[in-house]
Design a protein around this ligand. Structure first.
Ligand SMILES: [Zn+2]
Length: 253
């Protein structure tokens, strides 16, 4: 682990390693509220390995094609198995010490129970909602994926490890959190809410009227929009957590 001076404090510097696990054919309008309906794209589902900590940290644990079919009826394609993706870093699921859940929708926690030695960090608002979801989002939550896991429940903005900060970004779901990671290129932020690059950098036709686009799935579109804008303003590197651009990226930065 290396360090850079940041003010008076020495903050650790990390790298983020994308772990693309599966791809689901989706309508882009389902992710960019008000725009792009009828445009199909291949939505990747990732876990993210944070490299450089004194323990092995994952942000979300993704899923697989089988779970996409089981939980949502989607015909998906596996990119890497969870074991193969971890194996590239010489890791097994039981080596993971911490899983940070951006939220608990199914596509972010299918493999969480396989990380049997991990503390699983989640916002209190998210866990409460996931245990009793409103019908408007209930299809996205599967209690069997997170019941009985070793949760570390947090509330509000939290520095969970030096240089790794949890930032509540509700709107998509009540307890959704972004993950800010200190890197040699500044602050990289994994969005938390389900989105693509288009949410942060709208195409012509949208950007004339708005600086960002709200996630297509949300409880509160205005709150969700405001948090896209907030993350865009905070991040040196924005990582939209379902953007196809990271499928072939080895490391950020
Ligand atoms: Zn998602």
């Amino acid at each position: 682990m290396s360090s850079i001076a940041q003010g008076m404090a020495l903050l650790p510097v990390y790298r983020i390693r994308p772990m693309p696990l599966l791809s689901i054919r989706q309508d882009l309008g389902g992710f960019t509220y008000g725009f792009n309906y009828g445009t199909k794209f291949d939505l990747p589902v990732y876990a993210w390995y944070i490299q450089g900590a004194n323990q092995h940290v994952l942000v979300d644990t993704g899923g697989d094609a089988r779970s996409a079919k089981k939980y949502r009826g989607f015909d998906a394609v596996d990119i890497n198995s969870f074991d193969d993706a971890l194996g590239k870093f010489g890791l097994r699921p039981e080596d993971i010490g911490m899983v940070i859940q951006t939220h608990l929708m199914w596509d972010h926690c299918v493999n969480t129970k396989r990380c049997t030695n991990a503390r699983v960090v989640v916002q209190q608002d998210e866990l409460e909602f996931a245990l009793a979801p409103h019908p408007i989002l209930a299809r996205m939550y599967r209690r069997e994926l997170f019941s009985g896991v070793n949760f570390q429940v947090v509330s509000g903005q939290t520095e969970i490890l030096p240089g790794i900060e949890l930032i509540p970004v509700p709107g998509h779901s009540p307890g959704c959190q972004a993950v800010s990671v200190n890197t040699e290129k500044g602050r990289a932020i994994i969005s938390g809410f389900c989105c693509v690059k288009e949410n942060f950098e709208p195409s012509p036709g949208a950007r004339e009227s708005m600086p960002v686009i709200a996630p297509g799935i949300h409880l509160d579109a205005v709150e969700a929009f405001n948090n896209v804008l907030r993350i865009k303003g905070m991040a040196d590197i924005v990582i939209a957590n379902h953007d196809p651009a990271f499928v072939n990226v080895d490391s950020i930065p």
